[in-house]
Design a protein around this ligand. Sequence first.
Ligand code: ACO
Length: 445
Amino acid sequence: MTQIRHAGTAELRIGDKTLSLPIVEGSEGERAIDIGDLRTETGLVTLDYGYKNTASCKSAITFLDGECGVLRYRGYPIEVLAENFRFVDVAYLLVHGQLPSQEERSRFSELLNWHSMIHEDMRHFFYSFPEHAHPMAILSAMVVSLSTFYPELAQNSPEEEIDMATTRLLSKIRTIAAFSYKKSIGEPFVYPRHDLKYCANFLNMMFSSPVRPYEVKPEVERALNVLLVLHADHEQNCSTSTVRLVGSARVNLYAAVSAGICALWGPLHGGANQAVIEMLEDIQRDGGDVKKYIERAKDKTKAGHAPLYGFGHRVYKSYDPRAKIIKEVYANVLKAMEERDPLLDIATELEERAMADNYFLERKLFPNVDFYSGLTYRAIGIPKSMFTVMFALGRIPGWIAHWREAMSDPEFKLQRPRQIYVGPLRREYTPPKPAKPARRGRKAK
Ligand code: ACO
């Protein structure tokens, strides 16, 4: 990992004491005040709800500039990766730090094929979930279950074992995701095929059946590759931070990733792609009254207030570069499928109205990756309940890369934030007096 640069000091004055804090600088010029000694020196901690100003680690994986709409994996712009590379190449890049050579690519594909089946006993687990179980719950449970079938990884496991677990997880999660869908619709599981590439294999497991073969359209396969590439990493977002935090207790890779899947499920994070479609369907049922939903999102005092799902981002204060790419991919999929989606008209009107509204402009709330991803999945034929699973499928290489980076970082520590206690002061406990024993020998009146 490139070393952090020291870039001077910051002075912090507390009463009559002045503390000199080092300023550090990353490779893209981001600067941070290192407060590592703050509590030891002053007895004070910092308070930062939502970690809006707090860097939890150094990382060499993804660079993000929210003001300028820049996203790069290992230095490569997202636009270049989405245009020129398959998801599997990008997964390799994130995990190993460089794009694969021809030989590495073939070996990686071979390994992904080799590991694509899940243990036959795991197949039976799917039958134990209730009929309407959310696929994200199933996915998280199945991923943590992998640790019971395959050897656990520790912080100091040899590199080859870590590589093996990485490939195993990348490959098996696709089979688990497709099986959880087949279970939800009561169809037999379709096993992975060695002759198909990663995305085509997944589409085949999702949509073919013993009585109905599935033809993988190249435009759909390409769209899925792009979607997964766009989701592959996004530095210290909520689910990745979860993987790092849970991983900091030195649990195995499967347990840490399973926790990340649960974090991703939430509607303020990856679950927003499902929430967007549900919101668009609500608007459609409501007669297409887009204005009403915009007003509802703006007025936080109104009963039934909900944000405009698919808008806003903690880091992007300009158009999310991923949303731009997805918009184009979506148009190509609709063309290939020769379809029209009435929800697209609603989405277009919603975006136009929001982008002309001062509330959204002043707060720099632009469409995010989830605004068009759900519509694209819908056009491919993937049901709403599976949208966040698709996001998880894409995010797997990012989670793995961050877990590996954290485990090999000599400075990485158990993550344990402080708090500012605001509860009651010490209270005294007075034990109740023992009840007097009832007198014997008295006759009842
Ligand atoms: N609709 C309406 N108002 C919004 C929205 C929205 N989508 N997003 C933010 N705001 C408002 C907030 O209410 C706040 O208003 P105020 O200044 O009047 O109090 C202001 O904009 C700033 O918002 P914060 O909540 O401080 O922004 P934060 O960075 O904490 O939230 C978040 C980011 C959670 C993504 C938020 O924008 C949101 O809820 N969006 C909708 C859900 C969504 O699409 N999530 C997916 C994000 S992308 C991803 O995780 C893959």
